[in-house]
Write a protein that binds this ligand. Structure first.
Ligand code: ATP
Ligand code: MG
Length: 234
């Protein structure tokens, strides 16, 4: 269980997240939606301890992560694919994936590069290509695959579909659903693509200027069209 109990996040003097509470059980899927600048990325980075100053507890199985650097949190089973997903341009896709191999734990050993390439058929034929020889969308797919290789307990994905062709969005959705089913991976997904988010998760949290404007099931979200009208672009 990953649990945030009323956290606040700051960049210097700027107070960006306000009293965010959230519970993500193992295997559960929660989407974080909202317009540009509402705090989605800040929320994911706060959980990873990567960037903003955070006040208030972020707990994993009751353990406060407060003082743990991002790589320590990774070892406990968290993986973040940030907005500026960097893969190494001069390494091949397979080499980029292999770099994540040291991550896993005894309880959750990492996947092999071969296994991950089998999960992402679009990447398989690109395995020998260098990062700089990939399209933006292919790089995004590679960054997601690299995070998956560590077999995280909780995968934090920051707008993985941004700028992707519809075909790749579909492929990514299929892979993410399969991974969740196969491995009981928890997913926290920041997205502006509501249809993709809905296809990958059960619950949705709407952020509005750093506060929770709505939290509930997709059915509850759909039952109140005003939420969508007010907080999401069409
Ligand atoms: N490094 C930073 N330093 C200062 N302010 C920041 C920093 N990163 C983000 N902010 C501010 O924090 C607020 C939330 O930004 P955040 O990136 O979390 O939004 P977002 O919902 O992810 O937006 P987008 O959909 O555009 O990615 C914005 O007002 C933004 O300007
Ligand atoms: Mg963002």
């Amino acid at each position: 269980m990953l649990e945030l109990s009323g956290i606040n996040a700051f960049y210097g003097q700027s107070h960006v997240l306000h009293d965010i509470s959230l519970r993500l059980a193992d295997g559960a899927g929660v989407a974080v939606v909202g317009l540009n600048g509402m705090g989605k990325s800040t929320l994911l980075k706060s959980i990873m301890g990567a960037g903003p100053t955070v006040r208030g507890p972020v707990r994993l199985d009751g353990q406060d992560l407060d003082r743990l650097a991002p790589h320590r949190r990774a070892r406990l089973g968290l993986a973040l694919v940030p907005e500026d997903r960097r893969i190494y341009p001069h390494l091949t896709v397979a080499e980029n994936l292999a770099l994540a191999g040291h991550a896993g734990t005894a309880a959750r050993p990492p996947y092999t590069v071969e296994e991950v390439l089998a999960f992402f058929p679009l990447l398989r034929r690109l395995a020998g290509r260098k990062g700089f020889q990939l399209s933006g969308g292919e790089q995004q797919l590679a960054a997601v695959a690299r995070a998956v290789l560590a077999r995280p307990r909780f995968l934090l994905l920051d707008e993985p579909t941004e700028g992707l062709a519809p075909l790749i969005v579909d492929a990514m959705g299929t892979e993410i659903r399969a991974l969740r089913a196969r491995d009981g991976m928890g997913l926290l997904l920041a997205e502006q693509n509501v249809e993709f988010a809905r296809a990958c998760t059960e619950h949705v949290l709407v952020l509005n200027v750093g506060s929770i404007a709505f939290s509930g099931s997709w059915a509850a979200f759909d039952a109140d069209p005003a939420i969508r009208d007010r907080h999401l672009s069409l």
